[in-house]
Unconditional design. Structure first.
Length: 253
């Protein structure tokens, strides 16, 4: 990667940084540099321009404008299976940790508006209630998700029996860095023997749940087999050729 291009993109991004939104106007950067936004994001280095990443977790209310920007960018530039590298670009675009972007999109995709809920929200809105109050009374989600789901729904379509198919699916199993993957392979080679795996120790060491570690083992099966030099027993006796390969198929749902 050209250092000169990294500096050029990063310094241009600094000029297009919007303090009120706490993120870069990447459309402006793309137009000035005549470079596609994803390519500009690949060259962008926060340490060069001094832009600090926002600290905002997926459990917080991001606001309708921020959530709409996340949804629009993700659906415009990525389809179906997204790799960790893709989500890192999304994180740069939003100036938010990429794992929080994954979790927020996962929560948005999981939420389902129903006709009864739609009518309840409409009644509350007509009564003048604010979105945080409506959210506490009606749904187990953050106000931003409820607002965008309500804004993109209408009573007629909600009564249809089939739920519209999402453009792509998102799994929380994408919350893994390359370092964590490598560490999991190492731990399994040391503390895993067929079905006799010390999942409690591995879970505490990595900071992921036991179920998350088990699912990740399936995704990393080829790497784990290579580390051990022999095959690993898996649930239902599935062969290694049946498992999705890392970086190609991340979705388990």
């Amino acid at each position: 990667m050209s250092s000169e291009l990294k500096y050029r993109v990063s310094l241009t991004a600094k000029n297009y940084y919007n303090p009120s939104k706490e993120r870069v106007d990447w459309e402006g950067v793309s137009n000035e540099l005549r470079m596609p936004i994803p390519k500009a994001l690949e060259y962008f280095d926060e340490s060069i321009c001094g832009i600090r990443q926002r600290s905002i977790s997926e459990s917080q209310d991001w606001g309708i404008e921020t959530l709409t920007a996340l949804k629009s960018f993700t659906e415009t530039y990525f389809q179906h299976c997204m790799s960790v590298e893709d989500w890192i670009l999304v994180g740069k675009y939003m100036n938010i940790c990429h794992s929080d972007c994954v979790a927020k999109m996962w929560a948005l995709g999981k939420f389902r508006m129903t006709p009864i809920l739609f009518e309840q929200i409409t009644e509350y809105r007509d009564a003048g209630l604010l979105w945080p109050t409506i959210c506490r009374n009606t749904a187990d989600c953050t106000p931003d998700i409820l607002r965008i789901a309500y804004a993109t729904s209408n009573k007629e379509t909600l009564y249809q029996s089939k739920r519209p198919k999402a453009k792509f699916r998102i799994s929380k199993h994408q919350h893994w860095s390359r370092e964590e993957d490598a560490r999991l392979v190492e731990l399994l080679s040391q503390y895993g023997n067929g079905n006799d795996v010390d999942w409690n120790y591995i879970s505490k060491t990595l900071g992921h749940s036991k179920n998350a570690c088990r699912y990740r083992r399936i995704l990393l099966r080829p790497q784990i087999q290579g580390a051990r030099g022999s095959s690993i027993d898996t649930d239902h006796g599935a062969s290694s050729s049946d498992s999705p390969s890392l970086g190609i198929e991340y979705l388990l749902n």
